[in-house]
Design a protein around this ligand. Sequence first.
Ligand SMILES: *Cc1c(COP(=O)(O)O)cnc(C)c1O
Length: 350
Amino acid sequence: MEIERIIRDSVRVLEGYSCARDEFSGQDALFMDANESPFDTGYNRYPDPYQRELKRAVGRVKGVDPARLILGNGSDELIDMLVRSTCEPGRDNMIVFSPSYAMYEVCGRVNNVEVRSLLLGDNLEPRWETLFDAVDEHSRLLFFCSPNNPTGNRWPLERMREVADRFPGWVVVDEAYMDFATGGDASSPASAVHLQASNPRVIVLQTLSKAWGMAGLRVGIGIACPGLIAYLNRVKPPYNINAPAQRLAITALADEKTFRERVALITRERERLRRALLDSGCFDRVFPSEANFILARHERYRELYDYLVMNGVVTRVRHAPPLLDSCLRFTVGTPAENERVVELINAWKV
Ligand SMILES: *Cc1c(COP(=O)(O)O)cnc(C)c1O
């Protein structure tokens, strides 16, 4: 199948690390296979390398068959696994867009893979018409980010479908912020998961770090066809999600009600914060956002940044000319936190 062709040679012939316990799924056995301590500390056993129970919980909230899931120590680990599974260093290349999430390029460069970074158009979408000028037979990986970090806009699903159908490698759609997007969560028709029905080379990345509020646990989600998941499992460090993280994530995923309430609150607050930033008259541009952050432009962004830090508010400088310059990115906080930052900005102006 076509998937095989995109797998790096060294991975295609690899067996992957196998754990002795893969062959045993019963209970009450004596485990003398893994050189663990026999004394129960709560953590003396290695965690499930395939995270079966956690995948069932993720599959349930996402409406996805657990066989289509791979979990990473954050989606950052999945990004790295994707680069290492597909690209032959020094020969293959990957396509990314700019400005977008910086981790794709970092992973490519660390792995000595050529990164072709394409500037977004003025509408902050990829330049769809000229995209394939950068693609050749050694292009193995392409990263879309939608909603995009740091611009906050979503890229049209139909356009991404057209590119994925023509692109000779795997197409990743990073949906880290999809839960905050209009028309919604990851199981909605707006998700690139729906492209997978007709194209097995599409991989969707999501995460428990943002809307689910578990950044500290490090659980990233990859959704792909089972054939592709099998290759990624060969590359994956066997125990990449530790036991407490698996347990805590399973507990949190059971409470979808709190999740939905919080997402609704953050999206409401996002619009309120955007309105307040516009009304402050301080910024010459406040970008619309479908994520949980807002980008705003000010000539003296450095000064504003320092002023906010001095007052105990940390924002993120996003200055990446020519397309994006002099911006600060504000993550949406609680109502009180958002009021505080607006108050500070209004006081700065005068
Ligand atoms: C935050 C972020 C991630 C990283 O998520 P982790 O699961 O915490 O590693 C991935 N992609 C984008 C676009 C992000 O902004």
